[in-house]
Design a protein around this ligand. Structure first.
Ligand code: F6P
Length: 529
């Protein structure tokens, strides 16, 4: 069980509130020659620089005391010890066991993934025309899509002869667009759903099977072209996929933490089993670090505490994830689910409404694209947005000129957020005759917080390590906010309400709804061609 401590009742919470009422000039703080070394950390192939944030020794020490007062260590041990810390669903939370290389069930399933992907790659498992499988379509949504999609694209240089595709939305436009490029004889579908009841996934799976049967495949060929990944064997069988074509995982793996399980099958198909294993080993490295390192040097803990400082004390309610790497373009949307579905909660672990802020709004886009879209607001808007820049030092391509420009932009943006541009600088630039409107518009206040992460190379191991870093940051924050990070009751209501609405739409009936919803449904009916 996790401790149930209201963080606002701790001594350190009060002290942090006091500290937050002061002004912090990060530029001034950085004139201390020891600051960068003090607030930067190296961890094999990674460099984390937290020094451009409004923190001091006193703030960080008080945040660490907060973590101790909230019994973070006990919480970490409870998770790694396999306790049922997902209390509202009465389940353990064991995604760390998926990469620990100790659990027999996990090893059995990994072995199955290894054999299957080897057969795909060496051509033992062929399509119905005896042709090699060239395309894999993962049909899933949420955790059964975002993680595999993000990782598969981040590892693009490691792809073998199989191209991965991802269908998630119930909007058939995505299914049609994906399938129109594919040949059923050389396509394998992975139906990925923990519950195997998710409306979007089952609808898309049925449409994919229809497409397969209508374009050359026969019922007898389905077993060569459809496999399932799920915890629900009965539903998989009812769909028409036999247990031999099913890859299993377990209810102690949360959907948004499941890419390490058989849900990662599409990743292994794309990059090969060995690289999938390297991904797991990278996560394991960060797991060990998180489990065993003192909070003062613990990367997910420090990053989580900084997030709490921003969110609860400085009142910055969102955070931008800014990977300067095209291959990490799906990282922000992946982290939206990991973070917002985990910590977007207002009921605490005792069932009471919290009086403090919980999960921040997570958003972002890769650089440099974002610079030409929303950075205006980050630099001169009325909101302070803590930014997290991520850059890869050695790219997989040979275009050094592009890469130097990319990273120059990363460093320049973090410098600009910090330094800003003073009135005097503007005057020198535009001349003192320029009008005040222009001069004032060109001033940047600066002093805006950011964190920078540099990764030597974006290989499977390092990617696993990066993802695990974020998972543990989310866990740490949820633990301190005294909420349950591993359930997601907030997604249920919309699902429930869509059922009667769908029947009413299909049957042309009118149910009882609020006046706006009733009006929308009438408009929909009237405007239908
Ligand atoms: O609706 C939210 C959710 O339950 C997520 O938590 C989950 O990742 C997603 O739906 C997909 O669920 P499943 O894997 O069971 O289809």
């Amino acid at each position: 069980m996790l401790p149930k401590i209201d963080p606002t009742t701790t001594q350190s919470w009060g002290k942090l509130n006091e500290l937050a009422s002061e002004e912090y000039d990060i530029r001034g703080l950085l004139s201390d020659p020891t600051r960068v070394a003090k607030f930067s950390f190296d961890s094999k192939d990674f460099h984390f620089d937290f020094s451009k944030n409004e923190i001091s020794d006193e703030i960080l020490n008080t945040l660490i005391t907060l973590a101790k007062e909230c019994k973070l260590k006990e919480g970490i041990d409870a998770m790694f010890g396999g306790q049922n810390i997902n209390e509202t669903e009465n389940r353990a939370v064991q995604h760390v066991a998926l990469r620990a290389d100790t659990n027999d069930l996990v090893k059995r399933e990994l072995n199955k993934i290894r054999n299957f992907t080897t057969q795909l790659h060496n051509g033992t498992h062929k399509g119905y025309n005896d042709e090699q499988i060239t395309d894999v379509v993962n049909i899933g949504i949420g955790g059964s899509d975002l993680g595999p999609k993000m990782v598969a694209h981040a590892l693009r240089p490691y792809w073998k002869e199989i191209t991965p595709h991802f269908i998630s939305n119930v909007d058939a436009a995505q299914t049609v667009e994906t399938l129109e490029k594919l040949n059923p004889a050389t396509t394998l579908f992975i139906i990925a759903s923990k519950t195997f009841t998710t409306q979007e996934t089952i609808t898309n799976a049925i449409s994919a099977r229809d497409w397969f049967l209508n374009n050359g495949g026969s019922q007898g060929d389905v077993s060569k072209h459809f496999v399932a990944v799920s915890t629900n064997e009965k539903a998989v069988n009812e769909f028409g996929i036999s247990s031999t074509n099913m890859f299993e995982f377990w209810d102690w793996v949360g959907g948004r933490f499941s890419l390490w399980s058989a849900i990662g099958l599409s990743i292994a198909c794309a990059v090969g089993y060995d690289h999938f294993e390297s991904l797991l080993s990278g996560a394991r490295e960060m797991d060990d670090h998180f489990h065993k390192t003192d909070f003062e040097k613990n990367l997910p803990v420090i990053s989580a505490l900084l997030g709490i400082w921003h969110n609860n004390f400085r009142r910055y309610d969102s955070m931008a994830i800014l990977p300067y790497d095209h291959r990490l373009r799906y990282l922000p949307s992946y982290l939206q689910q990991v973070d917002m579905e985990s910590n977007g909660k207002y009921i605490d672990r005792s069932g009471n409404e919290v009086s403090h802020q919980t999960g921040p709004i997570i958003w972002g886009e890769p650089g440099t694209n974002g610079q030409h879209a929303f950075y205006q607001l980050i630099h001169q808007g009325t909101k302070i947005i803590p930014c997290e820049f991520i850059g890869v030092v050695n790219p997989a391509h040979k275009h050094q000129d592009h890469h130097e420009k990319l990273l120059a932009n990363f460093f320049a943006q973090s410098e600009a957020l910090l330094a800003g541009k003073s009135k005097d600088q503007v005057k020198n630039e535009v001349g003192s005759d320029a009008n005040d409107i222009l001069k004032n518009s060109k001033v940047f206040k600066g002093n805006r917080p950011s964190t920078s992460i540099l990764i030597k190379e974006l290989n499977p191991h390092n990617l696993g390590k990066l993802i695990s870093y974020y998972e543990h940051r989310v866990f740490t924050q949820g633990l301190i906010w005294n909420i349950f990070s591993f359930d997601q009751w907030g997604v249920e209501l919309g699902k429930q309400l869509s059922k009667p609405i769908l029947s009413e739409i299909k049957e042309g009936k009118e149910g009882i709804h609020d006046s706006s919803t009733t009006s929308l449904m009438r408009r929909y009916r009237d405007m239908r061609a």
